[in-house]
Design a protein around this ligand. Structure first.
Ligand code: FES
Length: 367
């Protein structure tokens, strides 16, 4: 018999798929960032790999919207899980969540999934690099290692706009104060009048990285943040000769502008590839509504083809589970390796998930 205000103990575990959960707590982390904690009606144990993500199924203005967020909590606290979300100006979903997702709100989630995690890439020494709200998966990894008394040597370097924008600041400092294997460094772009900041200031650069983590070349690196941040990190690492197979990154929800920025880099890369490949092996992906077309090498997805010509097909999970990137295929053959994000009837009607559909020849897509 358990008192009504206590959660009963239940050893049933959560498996991948669709689950209805209830928001049980909302924590204001910074001015524009909140953590939303969820539990199932009947307690279950949420097991996932730290760094993985879930997809929220929301209904906004009568439309079903799917949006993926990395889990910020750790499976070491298994009866609940949380996501931490920043309110973005003009961000339809993040604004809706901040305005509507209150204690007691029920919604469905899909997952957990994701290859960005510290279980599949075990290492004795890691470097966790995050920018802004990209801290969430790395916080999950840190909490896991801290709670389970693991022997992993963690260097955590977080970049924030100002001191008041540092998410989880007290908890990070607590971990730093408790165990010698957790070393925290925080970099602020700047600080406001009236604020005090004695840490690193500016943007993470090569000199700063060498100073903060002199042994970074020996570490497995996990990185999450805005596209520009991750791109700068990769440049620093490549110039230092870092073995990039030990670099792992995660990002969600690139804005159309970021897609445009990425498109320039991708176009250059694609041109290199095109120069080195037999032309008869290339596939043409046509986007009929916009009149654009993209030549791709075998193995690239329809979504990658779109990004090459600056087309932003909405994408959330990138793994064929959420359905966000669904488009209508007018002609051609693709191999679609999805994870339940599309119904059989949609497939019969000609729809595909662009993130996980690989053209087998020339393809035309309505976009
Ligand atoms: S982005 Fe989720 S299925 Fe493609």
């Amino acid at each position: 018999m358990t008192a009504a205000f206590m959660n009963p103990i239940n050893t049933q575990t959560w498996t991948s798929g669709r689950h209805v959960v209830r928001c049980v707590k909302v924590i204001q982390e910074t001015e524009d960032v909140r953590t939303f904690c969820f539990s199932a009606e009947m307690p279950v144990m949420y097991f996932f790999k730290p760094g993985q993500f879930i997809t929220l199924e929301l209904e906004i203005d009568g439309q079903q919207v799917m949006r993926s967020y990395t889990i910020s909590s750790s499976p070491s606290v298994p009866y609940s899980f949380s996501v931490t979300i920043k309110r973005v100006s003009d961000g339809l979903v993040s604004n809706w969540i901040h305005d509507n997702l209150v204690e007691g709100f029920e919604l469905a989630v899909h997952g957990p999934v994701g290859e960005f995690n510290n279980i599949d890439y075990p290492a004795e020494k890691v470097l966790l690099l995050s920018g802004g709200v990209g801290i969430t998966p790395l916080m999950s990894m840190s909490r896991w290692c801290f709670d389970t008394n693991s022997a992993v040597d963690m260097a955590f370097v977080h970049s924030a706009r100002t001191p008041k924008d540092i998410i989880y600041r007290r908890e990070l400092e607590y971990m730093d104060s408790r165990i010698p294997s957790f070393n925290l460094s925080i970099i602020c772009e700047g600080y406001d009048i009236g604020e005090s900041w004695c840490g690193y200031t500016g943007y993470l650069n090569s000199n700063m990285l060498h100073l903060i983590t002199p042994d970074f070349m020996e570490r497995e690196i996990f990185c999450c943040g805005p596209a520009a941040y991750m791109s700068a990190i990769k440049t620093i690492l490549k110039e230092s000769g870092f073995p990039m197979e030990r670099y792992h990154e995660e990002s969600f929800g690139s804005s159309p502008e970021e897609v445009m920025d990425d498109a320039v880099e991708q176009a250059e890369f694609a041109q290199d590839q095109l120069n080195n490949i037999d032309e008869s092996a290339l596939h043409l992906v046509e986007f009929t509504k916009t009149g654009k077309g993209s030549q791709i090498v075998p193995g690239e997805t329809v979504h990658e083809a779109a990004a090459k010509v600056g087309l932003h097909i909405p994408k959330a999970c990138g793994m064929g589970i959420c359905g966000t990137c669904k488009v209508y295929k007018k002609s051609g053959e693709v191999v679609m390796t999805h994870n339940g994000g599309i119904t059989d009837s949609d497939v019969e009607e000609g729809y595909i998930l662009s993130c996980c559909s690989v053209p087998q020849g020339d393809v035309a897509v309505e976009y």
